[in-house]
Design a protein around this ligand. Structure first.
Ligand code: ATP
Ligand code: MG
Length: 234
């Protein structure tokens, strides 16, 4: 579904990503793991047109999307939830969701998507008139994911969904990713939380200093000496 080949990205004259290649198949949950500053967010930004890679290519469903503007990439079916979620605290649940839908979409499409999101997360429907800032942590995560779904994506990128969350909420949020996958959405998750990510991902890549250092199924990575020593403290 997504094919990234030899991506190289620089900020000013400093090279951040070095020949990054990866593939994600339809229906997979794939994790990109790495420490602070490894280049994870830079990679997502390079895939979504927010940063221009200097070399390499990105194809989505067989179509070259390298250097397309972000709004066109979103329209092709990729949604991106940035670090921190970015909800509008003083707006209601429903208003937050509506903002996730493109202005150029008709109200008909928007209402259809809203009903889809509410069928995936019935809790959001119950709370649709509540202000986002009064939601529980788990409900906020649902709302952030629901807003991504309003663009009608086939694939979602999540940048550190677990950041700053208590372990119980991390578990709940990751379980929601499985729910999305069960609704046909392919997931690419960027995480520092190696242990819990490998529990739910099918496969993972490890990014170190802007290079893919390791890749494999979650099972393989959990057994890898390098992952155990460097990321799991075992
Ligand atoms: N706009 C920018 N201009 C210059 N350097 C940047 C810019 N954005 C990021 N960097 C640098 O690029 C490197 C990779 O940053 P990036 O945000 O991709 O890391 P990350 O893996 O997402 O880290 P974290 O887990 O802390 O979010 C860092 O050294 C960072 O300081
Ligand atoms: Mg980051």
């Amino acid at each position: 579904m997504l094919e990234v080949k030899n991506l190289n990205t620089y900020y000013n004259n400093v090279q951040i990503l070095w020949d990054v290649s990866l593939q994600i198949g339809e229906g997979e949950i794939v994790a990109l793991l790495g420490a602070n500053g490894a280049g994870k967010t830079t990679l997502l930004n390079s895939l979504t047109g927010l940063v221009r890679p200097a070399a390499g290519s990105v194809a989505f469903l067989g179509q070259e999307i390298t250097n397309l503007p972000t709004n066109e990439i979103v329209e092709l079916g990729i949604a991106y939830l940035p670090e921190g979620g970015r909800l509008f605290p003083d707006m209601t649940v429903q208003e937050n969701l509506e903002l996730g839908s493109y202005l150029k979409n008709s109200w008909k499409i928007r209402n259809k998507r809203l009903e889809e999101v509410y069928s995936i997360f019935p809790r959001l429907k119950e709370r649709r008139k509540q202000l986002a800032k009064t939601l529980s942590g788990g409900e906020r995560q649902m709302l952030a994911m629901g807003r991504c779904l309003m663009s009608g994506p086939k694939m979602c990128f999540f940048d550190e969904l677990s950041y700053g969350l208590a372990p119980k909420l991390v578990k709940e949020s990751f379980a929601m990713l499985k729910t999305l996958r069960d609704h046909g959405i392919t997931i690419f998750m960027i995480e520092q939380n190696v242990n819990q990510s490998l529990e739910i991902a099918d496969r993972a890549y490890v990014l170190e200093n802007g290079r893919i250092a390791l890749e494999g199924t979650s099972e393989e990575l959990l057994k890898s000496d390098h992952v155990r020593k460097a990321y799991l403290g075992l």
